[in-house]
Design a protein around this ligand. Structure first.
Ligand SMILES: CC(C)(COP(=O)(O)OP(=O)(O)OC[C@H]1O[C@@H](n2cnc3c(N)ncnc32)[C@H](O)[C@@H]1OP(=O)(O)O)[C@@H](O)C(=O)NCCC(=O)NCCS
Length: 220
């Protein structure tokens, strides 16, 4: 199944937001999802890398190895950057040229995982207060969490010092766009990372982008 057919509105919107920035958003359903399956993560890692390799090959970069840095983030071929996520039966890769973006982050989440306990660990007091009290709590909280995870993946490979979940606040710039804000604190500089988000059923895909210096940042 083409994942973009599963949620035509939300995912197409996110793909368009990425495309205008020169970011390729690649998604795959990963069948037979089971939390306990041995080797599941390795198989998912392979799937998202195969998607990225196929895209890079279409751009003239053949057989990109895409290994991981000892700190966990993927190492991209010269001239390229991107990010991976694989959860909840979905795999995602984002890829772009490094003259346009310093780094990217992508995250896939399933709102079912988002209990109130978990939210208290990943959302700050303002974000918790703003979360709805009704059944939409998990979805809204998971969207903020996904935005923070995508932000972490975009920030960590470059800055190393990311800070904790409470150092970041996610605000919505519109229904499908976010800004993750890290205020100034000793040892780190303030940062604002923009991104886009798609949310349908219980699933969420968030992409964070960091335009390269000198590249005109696109409007949200
Ligand atoms: C690293 C982390 C983001 C991975 O997320 P996850 O939900 O466990 O797994 P996902 O499937 O979404 O992502 C896995 C991919 O993330 C990437 N990744 C791992 N560590 C990374 C890092 N330090 N920086 C950027 N990307 C990283 C890898 O490509 C990995 O895929 P691979 O194992 O196939 O190579 C998560 O484990 C983590 O540490 N979160 C804490 C974030 C945090 O501290 N936030 C506070 C400030 S916002």
């Amino acid at each position: 199944m083409n994942p973009f057919e599963a949620a035509p509105g939300a995912l197409e919107n996110l793909r368009r937001r990425c495309a205008v920035r020169g970011i390729e958003l690649l998604l795959a359903r990963i069948p037979d999802w089971s939390e306990r399956e041995a080797g599941r993560r390795a198989r998912e890692s392979h799937t998202v890398r195969e998607m990225a390799r196929a895209y890079l090959a279409s751009q003239g970069v053949v057989r990109a190895p895409l290994p991981n840095h000892p700190e966990g983030f993927p190492i991209w071929p010269d001239g390229w950057t991107g990010s991976f996520s694989h959860s909840a039966g979905w795999g995602a890769a984002v890829v772009t040229r490094s003259d346009a973006h310093v780094s990217l982050g992508v995250d896939v989440e399933h709102a079912e995982r988002m209990t109130r306990d978990m939210a208290a660990h990943v959302l700050g007091p303002r974000e918790l207060t703003a979360a709805p009290a009704d059944d939409s709590f998990a979805q809204v909280a998971a969207k903020r969490f996904a935005a923070k995870e995508a932000t972490f993946k975009a920030v960590h490979p470059v800055e190393r010092a990311v800070g904790g979940f409470f150092d970041w606040r996610v605000d919505w710039v519109d229904d499908d766009g976010f800004v993750a804000i890290r205020e100034s604190r000793p040892g780190t500089r303030p940062l604002r990372i923009h991104g886009g988000i798609a949310s349908w059923d219980q699933l969420i895909v968030a992409v964070a982008w960091r335009p390269a210096p000198g590249c005109r940042p696109a409007a949200h």
